[in-house]
Design a protein around this ligand. Sequence first.
Ligand code: AP5
Length: 215
Amino acid sequence: MQNIILLGPPGAGKGTQAARLQATRGMIQMSTGDMLREARASGSPIGEKVKAVMDAGELVSDAIVTALIGERLDSAGQQGAIFDGFPRTQAQAEALDLLLAERGRELDYVIELVVDEDELVRRIVGRFTCAGCGAPFHDHLKQPAVPGTCDACGSHEFKRRPDDNELTVRTRMAEYRAKTAPILPYYEKRGLVRPVDGMASVEAVAAQIDAILDG
Ligand code: AP5
C-alpha cells in the first residue's frame, strides 16, 4: 500500500494525475478541493462556511480540511492514498503525519509537479467539465469532438468552477507560494520529494510518476 502526496500550484495537474492513479492502481484519490466542493453543493454547514473563502481563492481552515481527510482515511481500508491538494500548510503537513501514524500508514513519496505559472493560468481559465460525468475539457486544449456534447457520456451540460477566473487564480497562486511551497523542505529533509516535469504532456507526466512508484 503506497501513500503519496501530489504537490503543485493550482492547475499543475494534481487532479488529472490523481484520477489516473485511482483508475490504474486502485489507490484512493483524496482531494480536499473536491471534498469542499461536495460540501458546498450539499449545502451542509461546512459548505456554507467555506464558500466565500474558496471563491476568494484563499485557504480554508486547517481544522476543517484535516477533519475531512481523517474521515476519508477511515473509510479507505487497505487501499493506498493519493493526497491531492493536501497538505497545503505546515500545520496540515504535521497533522497528516499524525493521521497516517494513527492508522499504521507511512508516507512514501511527495511528488512535486514543477510548472510554469503563466501557463497554469491559461490552463485553468480555459477549463470546464461535463456536468454529467465530470470529464475534463478545455477551451483551447481539448474541446469535445462534437461541439456541446460530452465525449464520455453524451451529456449536453457543462460547468466551470467559480474560482477559475484570472483574478482568483492569481490569489490561489499567491497562497501556494506563501503557504504551501514552504512545506517542501519539511519533506526534503526526510528524502521523500521527487520532482516531476509538470509542463510535459499528461501522458509524459503519468509515465514519470509511474517510474517513481514502481522504482
Ligand atoms: P483545489 O480544488 O485543490 O484546487 P487547486 O489546488 O487550485 O488545484 P486545481 O484543481 O485548480 O488544479 P490541479 O493541480 O488539480 O490541476 P488539474 O489536474 O485540474 O482547491 C480549490 C480551493 O479549495 C482552494 O483554493 C482552497 O480555497 C480550498 N482548499 C482545497 N484544499 C485545501 C486545503 N488543503 N487547505 C485549505 N484550503 C483548501 O489540471 C488543470 C487543467 O490543466 C485541466 O484543464 C487539465 O485538463 C489540464 N492539464 C493537466 N495536466 C496537463 C498537462 N500535463 N498538460 C496540459 N494540460 C494539462
